[in-house]
Design a protein around this ligand. Sequence first.
Ligand SMILES: [Fe+2]
Ligand SMILES: [Fe+2]
Length: 217
Amino acid sequence: MNKLEKLISNELRNSFYTLKIEPKNQENIINYLKRIGTKDINILKHSFRVGKLGIKISNLLDINPNKLFYSGLLHDIGKTKIDKNIIKRSNKYKTFTKEDMQIMKMHPLYSYEILKNEYNYSALLSLWHHEHQKDEYPPKENFPIEAQNLPIYKQKEIEEISKFLSVADCYDAAKNRNNGRFWNRKSTSQEVERIMFEEREHSEKLIENLYRNGIFK
Ligand SMILES: [Fe+2]
Ligand SMILES: [Fe+2]
């Protein structure tokens, strides 16, 4: 087992066990994560954290934890299709350009394409994970046609559950990654909290709930 495989299996062993993930799915997920890790180790670590946050959020809200675990781990898999230099630049202040951002904004569509046949539910959540923010993307009219024409009940569910994924994603990015404001240092807890309410203004009640219950700290 190489270093990357070891990291992945160490990170996931407990969650796989607790959630009783079948061996076939374990193997699939590990293969997807290897693709992410080969591209960029920061995205891989972010994916682990969002997956684990997803389990905690699900337990609090009493929803099936597999949905947010799978989609937390795989939501950014689309970034594996983006040029390595752009990914590299996204980690550095000043070198990441507006043009890079336009390309980066394609990643939810790529995630959907990669996942749709095997994990359709996670594919849809991934497609939606940047839809709940001020500067939302991609435009819904650019969604693949089948994702635009879901039955209403399913559309509503995806919208709701992807909001949970979106706040977990935003929280982790604000806390652990460059977030466009403090590129040279990590944000303080207070700054993270402010970013959460500003960036996910439509999820105010949910964010309050997650802070009240100690999931966000
Ligand atoms: Fe993303
Ligand atoms: Fe993300």
